[in-house]
Design a protein around this ligand. Sequence first.
Ligand SMILES: O=C(O)CCC(=O)C(=O)O
Ligand SMILES: [Fe+2]
Length: 234
Amino acid sequence: MSTFTSLMDSVDIPAAREGLNDAGWRIIGNIDDVAVLQAVKDELDRMATSPDVEINYGGSEHRVWMAHEKSDLIRDFFEFSNGVISRVEDEEHVAHNVLAIRNRALSNMSAELTQGRWHLDSLRRQLKIFVFLTDVTPDSGCFEMIPGSQRMGFKLEHALKGELVTLQDLIRNDGTRAYSHLREQLIERIVARGYESKAFTVPKGTIALVDTSSVHRARPCTSGERYALTSYYH
Ligand SMILES: O=C(O)CCC(=O)C(=O)O
Ligand SMILES: [Fe+2]
C-alpha cells in the first residue's frame, strides 16, 4: 500500500513553493492507478454509513474525519502528504486530520444550500492537500478558489475596506468569524476587479496543494458526484 508515498520523490518541491506563493495552489502529482482510486472511493462509501459521519447541505455532503485512522490506503495518503508539506515548509509537519468527503447532487437549489459557501479557512497561511478520486466536472461540486487571494496584500486591501475581514475579526476569537461566510456580492466585486476564479475541474487522481487562507469554496454540486481526500495542517 504505497501508491501515494511512492510518488513522493516525483513532487517538484521548489515549484510547489512557487505555486503557493504566486497563485496559492499547485498540482503536485497524479495517481494513475484507477484500481486504487476505486478502492479508496469504496472505502469512503463504506465509512459514510458509519454513525459518526458528518452530513451537510441537506444530505448531499458526507464528511468522514480522521479517515487515515480508518483505512490503510488513506493512511498512505496521510504519510505522502506529511512528507510533501514537511519538505515544502522545510520543517516537520503532521496532518491533524484527513477528511474523506463525498458530494452528491443537491436536492434543490435553495439559497441555503447554494450560497454562503465562499470563505477563508484562516487569515494566515494554511495548507491542505487534496486528491480527487473521481473526474471533477463543472457541475459535480468542484473546489474553486481565487488565485492570488492568499496573499497578505490582497487580504489587507480588502480588510482595510472592511469587506473581507473586519478589525474585530483580527482580535476576536469566538468562532464567529465573518470570513467564514463571504457574501456572493463580494466575490462578484473581486472578480470585477480582475481576479479570476479557478475551478478545479480535474481528472480523477489529481493531487493539489492549496493555501486555503485564499478565498475558496466547494461549488454546489448540481449533477454527478465528487469524492476527495483532504489533509489538514495548521
Ligand atoms: O471540498 C472542497 O472542495 C473545499 C472544502 C473547503 O472549504 C476546504 O477544504 O477548506
Ligand atoms: Fe475551506
